[in-house]
Design a protein around this ligand. Structure first.
Ligand SMILES: Cc1cc2nc3c(=O)[nH]c(=O)nc-3n(C[C@H](O)[C@H](O)[C@H](O)COP(=O)(O)O)c2cc1C
Length: 649
């Protein structure tokens, strides 16, 4: 027979940490929770399982797909349903005796008194940006002598503050009155997290957008916040343990393994808080227009496939393609090259490789939608290749296991972990490329040293060649973490000082000449970018064609092989760095392509070519050279132009 709910039994495992009498006290208490979203849902469930049976709950919003990562009530069954109704149902299914008074219109001046009537504690879980409501509720709590607590989910930790009757109030601590909306958000944020333990691992600061009313949040933070809040509430109700009041605050961060108690006497008037406010205004609020809210328009099948495929890599993030839609399931890839202005692409083959890469990416992306592709290429004009792609429904098509890595794959130019590739890893990588190509591995220390010397020598060719100077000047977005059309500085793999030196040098050719002559200007970047990371890798590799390739069409086929290999490294969780310029200069020398007017540079390139030929057997058939290492995902990377900018009429 199905067991019936019985309060004492249901919460009997709390006993030990609480006495039976204390459990009865918890049972008798009433908690008000404003907001059933990010953290409010977790608060309710945690307090409920603590044995609290009386609640006043408010929320006017519905669950949506983007709540899935953190909101206790969000699942595919509850999208578009009222958060409040969902959470009440969940609460009743845990404790059928629960008494809940609902405030489905949210909290406003006309119902705040009712919301707080007979309440023993207020738990804040309003949306971060609902500051007017928050100020009003906290003020009312203070007037009614109701203890209030707020635990903010911050990254993978929680920062929490208590406001007990008769002590420093919310307004005295945060001092929000009289400030603009954005300044209030900033002051609230700074007051919540004086220890700022999260700042070391916020990998994409642009996602913390106070002006745009958006911030990242994880379930880890929400669950920790709920645990902490329930503990504060229990201590307040049972008059046990020390409950801190602002200006004391506590921040626990599970990611950094840190726990910090903060003390800001005077609250917002404290000099540290004032300074943080001045700096924060510069960092978060300066020149940031509030973006208009945009609702994503539904994409056609062709657009959905292209939206994945646009993440294909291209030399220097040139994105040497545009798309022309024919109908919902077919389009043309207009594949251009950069030979006019890029010395690494004088025969267009670097771009042709990228064209193969995007075609392979389109094929892989299509499998996500149960589609195959029919591709028709027109190579009449090699500088303007026209590739018509038709997407065809095919019931037997299974989603490729490389699909999830289309967007994740990125260059890792920094030093990586050196643990050797396992036999299985090498086997999977070798299997990833089609017939007609094979892999040569360079894994021993002496192999890696030879590669390091080759890359060091080759970097001298690149950095002392006037013809490459204009390219380097163009392709780096200085001081950036992400770049839509270039390579962001932080993805280069050099430290801040070297980056500044490079930025200074790249201002004019005279500066390069000067620093090469007197300051050994290229040495530092070459050591950091080429020599050290070449050693700090698991293996270097060459993708070698069985037969020598020379036409644009053959380079496109090679590009397809490269992308399968590259995506497979991402699938294996390995970092990947192309080392393609030695291949390019060797080809130029073999084919008598004049790439520089500087004879010293030619001599150095010849030296590099010899080194390359000594390392890679069959070097003339090499289509791609690179290195692989154990690595986390790069924190900085090139992003891509949005789809609407890549689609042309
Ligand atoms: C054919 C080809 C050759 C490349 N050669 C180099 C190279 O020699 N050195 C390098 O640092 N990156 C090289 N890259 C990497 C691109 O700069 C990079 O893919 C692009 O900036 C996009 O960044 P992402 O791959 O991180 O998305 C190459 C990419 C392609 C497709």
């Amino acid at each position: 027979m199905k067991q019936a709910f019985e309060y004492d039994l249901a919460f009997s495992r709390n006993i030990g940490w609480f006495t039976e009498s204390e459990q009865q006290v918890l049972k008798s208490k009433r908690v008000a929770i404003a907001g059933m979203g990010g953290v409010g849902g977790s608060h309710l469930l945690t307090l409920l399982r603590l044995g609290i049976t009386k609640f006043h709950l408010s929320d006017f919003d519905e669950f949506a797909c983007e709540n899935t990562n953190r909101q206790a009530g969000a699942n595919i069954e509850t999208y578009d349903k009222k958060k409040l109704d969902t959470m009440v149902e969940m609460a009743q299914s845990i404790n059928p005796e629960v008494e809940i008074e609902c405030f489905p219109e949210g909290i406003n001046p006309s119902n705040v008194d009712a919301f707080l009537q007979n309440v023993d504690c207020y738990v804040d879980s309003l949306d971060f940006f609902a500051l007017d409501a928050r100020i009003m509720v906290f003020k009312s709590c203070s007037e009614k002598s109701i203890p209030a607590t707020t635990a903010a989910p911050i990254g993978m930790g929680t920062a929490y503050l208590n406001f007990l009757p008769g002590k420093m109030t919310f307004e005295e601590y945060f001092g929000l009155n009289g400030f603009s909306e954005n300044e209030q958000y900033l002051k609230f944020f700074l007051g919540l997290t004086p220890a700022a333990l999260q700042k070391s691992y916020l990998v994409d600061p642009s996602k913390l957008d106070l002006a745009g009313k958006k911030g990242p949040s994880t379930i880890v933070g929400c669950q920790l916040a709920a645990g902490v809040t329930a503990t504060q509430v229990a201590k307040i109700f049972l008059n046990r343990g020390k409950v801190l009041n602002v200006p004391w605050g506590l921040h626990f961060d599970a990611y950094t393994n840190q726990y910090k108690k903060t003390w800001r006497p005077g609250g917002y008037k404290n000099p540290i808080q004032r300074l943080a406010f001045i700096l924060g205004k510069k960092m978060f609020l300066a020149d940031k227009p509030i973006p208009p809210s945009t609702k994503a328009k539904a994409l056609t099948t062709a657009e959905q496939v292209l939206n994945y495929a646009r993440w294909a890599p291209s030399g220097d993030n040139s994105q040497c393609w545009r798309f022309k839609l024919i109908d919902d399931t077919s389009f043309i890839v207009l594949a251009t090259d950069t030979r006019e202005h890029v010395v690494y692409d004088l025969d267009g083959h670097s771009s042709h490789l990228a064209h193969g890469i995007i075609l392979e990416t389109i094929d892989i992306a299509a499998t996500k939608f149960g589609l195959t592709t029919q591709v028709n290429s027109d190579f009449t004009d090699e500088t303007q290749v026209k590739i018509t792609v038709k997407l065809i429904k095919d019931e037997s098509t299974l989603e490729s296991n490389l699909v999830p890595f289309i967007k994740l794959r990125a260059v890792q130019r920094r030093a990586m972990g050196t643990r050797l590739l396992t036999t299985n890893e090498k086997h999977e990588l070798e299997q990833s490329i089609p017939e007609g190509f094979s892999i040569q591995w360079f894994e021993s220390f002496s192999d890696k040293k030879a590669m390091a010397k080759l890359n060091f020598c080759n970097a001298k060719t690149r950095l002392t060649m006037k013809e490459a100077f204009a390219v380097h000047q163009e392709i780096i977005e200085w001081k950036a973490q992400f770049s839509e059309t270039k390579i962001p500085e932080q993805a280069l793999g050099v430290d801040w000082v070297t980056a500044r030196l490079m930025q200074w040098m790249f201002k004019s050719w005279d500066r390069i000449k000067f620093s090469n002559k007197y300051l050994a200007g290229t040495i530092l970047p070459r050591i950091q970018l080429d020599f050290i990371p070449s050693l700090k890798s698991c293996a270097h590799f060459a993708i070698v064609a069985d037969n020598k390739i020379s036409s644009a069409e053959e380079y496109v086929v090679a590009g397809r092989a490269i992308q399968r290999f590259w995506l497979t490294t991402a699938k294996l969780g390995l970092g990947f760095q192309p080392e393609q310029t030695p291949v390019i200069f060797a080809r130029y020398l073999n084919n008598n392509i004049n790439f520089t007017s500087d004879t010293n540079v030619v001599e150095n390139a010849k030296k590099g070519k010899k080194m390359f030929e000594n390392i890679v057997s069959n070097s003339e058939n090499t289509v791609f050279l690179g290195r692989i290492g154990r690595s986390e995902l790069p924190k900085s990377r090139s992003t891509r132009l949005p789809l609407d900018k890549l689609i042309i009429e």
